[in-house]
Design a protein. Structure first.
Length: 238
């Protein structure tokens, strides 16, 4: 799983260097983000902190990163300059509790870690509880479980599973370097309902956008545009 130093370091590097990560994943997130200058940001399942640091660079006043993996948090701390206003916690997202409301609650691939409908609801509840009224919830959800098992794609990651996946089913994701992790299959419709149930309004879904950098052939960008390996979700608290 995500709990080894080798995986955490490889993940941190991939996030900052793979063209899919920089020119599609990060590019999409930035394009969907409301202005965060001087805002408070909660990054749930922050991993090695790549997006927590990005929020600092974009001018956030305060960033809190939460991840259940000690190795990921250790990597996050080691890559974060002291001057950045980030605090990291090794904790399950569903156990996070703070009296401070956040202007942005962000989560990348958290929903894929929900092993049951109850867990998905818990994630949505915690996200909602920590979002300020009028704030933005922004997330991305991996879609590799919607690809055929074993099918390679230009993101460098692929999913492996047996038979057909249904709601909540586990599958294995292989990352570059053959690191692997368990993810869970959720449809947009189930996540949408969980978000409404938690109290969110204005739920919107987005397909990835990219800047088609020259670091990957054009056909690879087209493949990733036509068969997205993640999708975006935003919602608000009114
Ligand atoms: C695919 S990584 C994404 C990391 C980060 N969001 C990013 O995009 O760079 C998924 C992360 O979710 C974390 N995770 C899994 N279950 C979690 C939970 N219940 N609470 C918090 N973090 C969790 C894992 O430790 C891992 O770091």
């Amino acid at each position: 799983m995500f709990n080894t130093n080798v995986f955490a370091e490889a993940y941190a590097q991939d996030k900052d260097h793979h063209p899919f990560r920089t020119d599609m994943e990060r590019y999409s997130i930035v394009s969907w983000l409301e202005p965060i200058e001087d805002k408070r940001v909660l990054d749930l399942a922050c991993g090695a902190g790549n997006y927590s640091r990005m929020f600092c660079r974009l001018g956030a006043r305060k960033v809190t990163g939460v991840d259940s993996s000690q190795a990921m948090i250790a990597s996050a701390i080691s890559h974060t300059p002291e001057i950045m206003p980030v605090t990291y916690h090794t904790l399950a997202a569903e156990d996070y509790g703070s009296a401070i409301p956040y202007d942005l609650v962000f989560h990348a691939y958290l929903f894929n870690c929900a092993s049951s409908p109850q867990k998905l609801n818990d994630f949505c509840r915690v996200i909602f509880q920590h979002l300020a009224v009028g704030g933005q919830m922004l997330g991305i959800m991996g879609m590799l479980g919607h690809y055929p098992s074993g099918r390679r794609n230009p993101s460098g990651c692929y999913a492996a599973y047996q038979g057909e996946l249904s709601e909540g089913d586990a599958y294995t994701i292989f990352f570059p370097g053959q690191q692997e992790a368990v993810n869970h299959y959720w449809t947009r419709s189930t996540c949408h309902s969980a978000l409404l149930e938690a109290g969110f309004s204005g739920v919107r879904w987005y397909f990835p956008v990219d800047n088609r950098s020259h670091q990957m052939p054009v056909d690879d960008w087209i493949e990733l545009e036509e068969n997205p390996v993640f999708i975006g979700i935003s919602a608000t608290r009114t």
